[in-house]
Every structure is written in C-alpha cells, then in structure tokens.
Design a protein around this ligand. Structure first.
Ligand code: HEM
Ligand code: HEM
Ligand SMILES: [Fe+2]
Length: 474
C-alpha cells in the first residue's frame, strides 16, 4: 500500500466479503428447498431466497469491483485518491442500499425483473453511487496526470456498466419488451463490459506478479476488448430465441455468441503466456493462484459451458433449466468472484498488518476447497439439468414429477456447496484475522525480498534518469 487513501479498499472488501457469506446462506436455503418438505415455505419461499441469493451476488461483486478499482487507480496513477471522503460517502450509501434492498425482498418488495429486482429508490441510489465513484476515479487520474492503458480499459468497463444500467430504470407493461431490454443490462454486463473490468484487473495483476512487460501485456488488452465488442454485443441475441421477437435473431444469436469464447481463450492464453515467458517475479503466489485460476475457470464456466447451450438447436431444449444454473454458477464464479478475490489476495499483505507475502496455509485451503466445491456444484447442476431436460422436455413428464426423480443431484449439490462454503468461510476468516493497516507502507520496505518492478524503481515516482515518465514501471 503505497498511498494512504488505498486503505479505503479495505472497507469495500470487508463489506463485499460479509455479503458474499450471506449470499451463500441464501444459496444453501434455496438448494435445500429442492429436497422438501420446506418448513420455511410461508416465511421464506424459494422465489424470495433465490432473489436474495442472486441480488447479494451482484451487490457484493460490484462492491469488490469498487474496492479493487480504488486500490488499483492509486497504484496505476501513482497518486492519492482525489477524495477519500467521497469514497466513504459512496460506501455508506451503497451499504444502506444493499441492506435495505435485502430487507425489502424479505417482504416481497421488488420489481420481479430477474437480477434487477431493486425497487426504484434503490436503483436511483445505485446511479448516485456510480456517479460519485466515476467522478472520484476520473478526478484522481486528472490530478495525477498519469493515465495507463489498464486504467483506460477499466474506466471504459465501469463507465459503460453505469450507462447500461439505465435501461433497468424503465419499466414496461409488455413482458416481451421488458425482457428484451433486461438483457441490455444483464447480458451486456456479464458478457461485455464486465469482461473489460476483469481484463484490466488481470492486466494489473499480471504486470505485477509476472516478469512480462507492461507494453506487451497492455497491447493484448486491446485485442481482448476488440473481441468482446465484436462477439458480445450481437451475442445478446442468444437470449432472444424464445421471447417473442422476430426469427432473424436465431441465426444472429447462434453465430455471434459462438464467437464469444474466443475472447475468453485469449484471456486465458494471456495469463498463461505472461507467466511462461516472463516467469514469476513476485512472492505472492497465492494471488497468482487466484489470478491464473480466474482466467482458466472463466474459460471453463463461461466459454465451454456457455457454448454448450448457446446454439438455438440445443437451447430450445435447455432454456431456463438447471443447465442454465450450471453455467451461471461456474461463469460468474470464475470471472467475477475469483478476480475480486485475486485483487484482495494481492492487496492483503500490505493492506493489513503482520502477514507474510506468500499467503497463509488458511489462504491455500480457502482456494482449493472453493475450487473443488464449485467444480462439484457445477457437476451437480449439470447432471440434474441433463436429467431434467431429458425427462421433462424430451419425454414430456411433468415438472414436479421430474423434480422428484432428480432429487439425488441436489444431495450432491448440498454436499459440494458445503465444501465450497467452508472454503469461502476460510477466505473471510483469513481476511479479518489481521487488523487493517491505515498508514502507507512500501512493499519493498515490508518485504525486502520483493524485487522492484522492471525498469527504474517505481519508488522514484516512475521517472527515468532524465526525468521522463517511464511507462515500463508499475
Ligand atoms: C453455497 C453455495 C451455493 C449454493 C448452494 C447455491 C444454490 C443455488 C440455487 C439452488 C439456485 C437456484 C437455481 C434455480 O433457479 O433452480 C441458485 C441460483 C443462482 N446462483 Fe447460486 N448457489 C451457491 C453459490 C453461488 C455462487 C458462489 C454464485 C456466483 C459466484 C452463485 C450464482 C448464482 C446465480 C447466477 C444463480 C441464478 C441462476 C439462474 O437463474 O439460472 N451461486 N444458486
Ligand atoms: C463471464 C461470462 C458469463 C457470465 C457471468 C454468464 C452468466 C450467465 C447467467 C447468470 C445466465 C442466466 C441468466 C438469466 O437467466 O437471467 C446466463 C445465461 C446464458 N448464458 Fe451466460 N454467462 C457468461 C458468458 C457466456 C458465454 C460466453 C456464452 C456463450 C458462448 C453464454 C451463454 C449463455 C446462454 C445461451 C444463456 C441462456 C440460457 C437459457 O436459455 O436459459 N454465457 N449466463
Ligand atoms: Fe448472454
């Protein structure tokens, strides 16, 4: 932590992790309802627990993005944040919004638009937070005078995320129109602009963890952004197959969404080759696990398992079944949960006190239990989904009869999800067991074995001998 104001990231990460833990409670509740009988049916029905589960996911991941951005922007621009006060005001509004939204869902207060259930006052609070956030980031970059490619892509991702939330503020009577615009937010977030956020976090981490050159790594970032744009935008059509819009969306959706995994292959190769070619230069091997893990798990969960049901000829059988849940879990976890945990793991040794740089044994247990647990959960949803599609859609057996026949897969889901949840609890425990550090300290001062970033030391504010700004350094 080179700048005092980077400590705001700690409080964002802390809130994100508490909400992550709560998300899992509602996930386990949702899963156990599949086994029935449900003693909480009248108090907490499935639609309520699932809404809270998925909304907490969106809120904690965005909280993680905000914390990670505040951390990264200072490092990249080599400057204190423009306003620490604004960052805390934003956090307080955000936390109140998130907590009251969940309380509202408990009483059925929401719009019913999947993943965008937030009532209008909460949506307005979200917009206000985003505006404060973007203002603070832009002003930090302006005051520092240093603007890197990594920051450019990050800003593009964050700014577009805010703009793409605007369609969610409108409401339509007609369900076809409502669902048509819902994907402008949801699909274009997770398969478009959030991938830019993930890509820029990856670039930031790889520049620091591997020995590869910033110039080379940042050039590839442009390629990834280009691929995301080409495939992701028209790929939205893979949600338009059966919602009551014209037929021409079928071939468009099939073709462009099938191209989407190319960007994800690019991202995984990017991570792999930067380590192969550049080697590991930084002792924080735990953060490296999360970084490479995120790129690979995204390729599996989003690329492979997304492709598995994206063609109309397959999606007509699998649409809205547990196959969707299989892909939703693996993709969201790999791309967004893991990249947030990667930035947290990278920041922790200097963001908190009395840690070693390599990561703790608890930290490694957290990583591997989550890996095994999420892989098992994905397989449980997949086997349940395959059974469901065959029995319900091919043989035409009724929905509830089928649910009884596939219950065994939910036993497997709960076992693997419990393993996953222990991994998450260990991550949370590892985070909170050391006090936050509120004063800046340099990595090299705290851990003398850490080699400085390439080129002249970044402790000289990144200037070369003749005073020019050196883009090679961190
Ligand atoms: C203890 C761990 C978890 C359990 C037991 C669990 C369980 C569930 C269940 C039962 C559903 C409802 C599926 C349906 O509609 O039939 C669900 C939905 C969902 N969960 Fe989880 N979950 C867990 C963790 C996670 C994590 C870590 C993520 C993401 C990082 C996640 C993302 C989602 C998403 C995106 C949906 C909506 C999927 C859809 O509607 O197709 N869950 N979860
Ligand atoms: C990180 C990237 C991704 C994430 C986080 C993600 C997440 C999700 C989630 C949560 C859903 C359920 C949405 C809902 O029903 O409300 C979904 C649906 C879907 N995703 Fe993805 N996805 C990603 C990438 C991809 C890619 C690259 C493809 C295709 C190659 C894909 C194909 C699909 C399809 C076809 C559906 C609709 C399933 C249905 O018809 O029920 N996804 N995705
Ligand atoms: Fe999509």
């Amino acid at each position: 932590m080179r700048y005092k104001s980077q400590s705001v990231a700690y409080w964002y990460f802390a809130l994100a992790l508490v909400l992550f833990g709560l998300q899992l409670v509602f996930g386990l509740l949702s899963a156990s309802k599949y086994l029935g009988p449900d003693p909480l049916l009248n108090l907490l029905p499935f639609d309520v627990t699932k809404t809270i589960h998925t909304n907490l996911l969106i809120v904690w991941v965005l909280t993680g993005f905000m914390g990670a951005t505040y951390w990264i922007i200072s490092d990249e621009s080599r400057s204190e944040l423009y306003s620490v006060k604004l960052a805390y005001i934003q956090l307080v509004i955000w936390a109140i919004m998130g907590v009251t939204a969940v309380i509202g869902y408990l009483f059925g207060y929401g719009t019913g638009n999947k993943l965008l259930e937030q009532p209008l006052p909460h949506k307005i609070a979200i917009v206000v937070c985003m505006l404060i956030f973007l203002y603070n980031i832009v002003m930090t970059i302006r005051q520092s005078g240093r603007f890197t490619t990594t920051e450019g892509v990050l800003l593009l991702g964050l700014g577009s995320s805010a703009v793409l939330y605007l369609p969610a503020l409108l409401s339509w009577e007609n369900y076809v129109i409502a669902i048509y615009y819902r994907w402008w937010t949801i699909h274009l977030w997770v398969e478009g602009v959030w991938e830019m956020i993930q890509g820029s976090f990856l670039a930031y981490l790889l520049i620091r963890l591997s020995g590869a050159d910033r110039e080379v790594l940042e050039k590839w970032l442009y390629v990834i952004v280009g691929l995301v744009f080409i495939a992701g935008i028209l790929g939205t059509a893979h949600h338009y197959y059966w919602v009551g819009v014209p037929h021409y969306w079928l071939p468009l959706g099939g073709f462009f969404s099938a191209l989407e995994p190319v960007a994800l292959v690019g991202m995984a190769m990017y991570a792999y080759f930067s380590i192969r070619r550049g080697g590991v230069r930084h002792p924080n091997v735990l953060a490296l696990h999360w970084t490479i893990g995120s790129a690979l798990f995204t390729l599996f969960g989003a690329g492979l398992l997304g492709l598995a049901h994206t063609f109309p000829s397959i999606n007509k059988w699998t649409h809205g079944t547990l196959i969707t849940a299989m892909h939703g879990h693996a993709a969201f976890y790999g791309a967004y949960a893991m990249i947030v945990m990667a930035v947290i793991s990278y920041a922790l040794p200097t963001l908190t006190k009395n840690r070693n740089m390599e990561g703790s044994a608890v930290g490694y247990w957290a990583f591997w239990l989550q890996m095994g647990g999420m892989f098992g959960m994905t397989l449980s949803f997949a086997t349940a989904g395959i059974g469901q599609v065959y029995l319900e859609r091919v043989l035409g057996i009724g929905y509830l009869d089928v649910q009884l026949k596939i219950q065994i897969h939910f036993v497997m889901l709960i076992i693997t999800a419990s393993m996953f949840a222990i991994g998450v609890l260990l991550f949370i425990y590892d985070f909170f067991r050391h006090a936050p550090r509120l004063e800046p300290i340099d990595e090299a001062e705290l851990f003398p074995d850490t080699p400085p970033l390439r080129g002249p030391s970044h402790f000289q504010a990144g200037r070369t001998g003749d005073g020019r700004l050196n883009e090679q350094t961190g």
